[in-house]
Design a protein around this ligand. Sequence first.
Ligand SMILES: Cc1ncc(COP(=O)(O)O)c(C=O)c1O
Length: 510
Amino acid sequence: MTTREHGAFPLDWHPEPDLIDLRRDDAREALSELGERAWDLALEYVYEEAMRRPVGPQDYSELRRTFFGPAGGPAPAPRSPSPSPDVLDEVRRRLLPHLYNSQHPRSFSYFTPPPLALSIVGEMLGQWFHQGVDVFHGGPVAALVEEEVVMWLRDLISYDASGWGVLTSGGVMANIMALTVVRDRHLASLLGSGPPRGSALERARIYVSDQAHFSIGRGLDILGFPESALSVVGSDERFALQATPVAARIERDLAEGLVPLCIAAVSGSTNTGSIDDVEGLAQLAREHGLWLHVDAAYGGAARLSARDGGRVPGLELADSVTIDPHKWFYQGYDIGALIVRRRADLHATFRRSPEYYRSSIPETQPLNWLEYSIEGTRRFRALKLWLSWKHLGTEGLGRLVETNNDVAAELARQIAQSGDFEAAVDVPDLSIVCFRHLADGWDASESAERALDEHQDRLQRALEVSGEGWVSTTRLRGRTWLRAGVMNHMSSSEDTAGLLESLRRLAQGL
Ligand SMILES: Cc1ncc(COP(=O)(O)O)c(C=O)c1O
């Protein structure tokens, strides 16, 4: 069929009209070829770039020069069309060599495991299906897939049937939404008011450790709480928040007429993977009528493993839990989740019924996901997790988590036996190992410590440039450490030994 025959809009101006008008006779074949070319390009990336090195050597300004060319900044938007092979070729030339490669087994990254193939397929299908998961009739069965996936996450946390949840763009959004519920449900009930605003937020206190994710503070800020609402309590020597210092802080605040509102614990902190004493904090929250939120964005996935699930105890005691499948469920970006103990809390906080989303058959009370979220139109995020969870099963996903934990424990052992490296924590709680290289002649003086901090930074950059591995750096108790996130299920203890060997050798050249 030609454009003229089926009366569609003319597309002669484009070199590939079959990729734009799906009704043309040749469209299906052209789309199939496009798919093949794109998938081949992805595999070229994986095998010829990602497996070669964790990241390219160029720093920010070098990469700007390479990417933008002599103009030094973004090019104007393309005015005229280009054929898709040219566009894909540009991806090959200009992007492939400069990506961060989570597939590389020596990428000891942030929370960036390589996505499972079925997750990528889910992402691709989800875009073709193009369901707007907000109002039920905008994505009917997608709403049900999300319900199913959310129930799987709820069961992982061991909430009972009144538990509920919603998928989010990530852990930041889940934490902000949790704090919104805390404000509009829990603070309202403590104050005996409607959803509190303005000066009603002034006396509220939210307790976190010095290892809490930045999104808790950002969330409080966005929600109108004053800076003083965030009460930061020091963590212990393993970077975990214990109940005793929080209890003391609550007593002090009560004596001052403040309103202890919420404990926001973390199970699997960003820095070290540390796990707060959730059970002790839950007991404390119960005694004083506080909301307990647990940020298990990373650590929650340990529950996939029957063997290691006990490392993140007490999630079921929380009122709300953040869990982020794009971290340790090996999912493509983005997919996070907020799971709550009582469905009504989420619904009462976020329910809105704009007239344009009305249903002609409201008596069926369909599931309108926008009533449970800050967000409106959301992508069909559930599909990739649904597919990959079915493909591996809970047991299979749990095995990947166990592999990461075992390799991290092995890295910590290698460090302990090395004599020239030291770890911040001897045995990691999960799969994060913070460690540093002890340069020759190191002693415990302040000036030597400062020099050692700079040594870690130089070493990290040298490793990055070498292409032999990748770790990030962080600051713990005022000092700089290398941080290895063992998130890649293809990493082995030979890779961690190789990482240490590379660092040792590179340190000689600094
Ligand atoms: C403990 C914790 N919570 C929340 C987040 C935020 O997640 P996201 O960046 O996916 O929004 C992170 C991210 O690293 C995290 O480590």
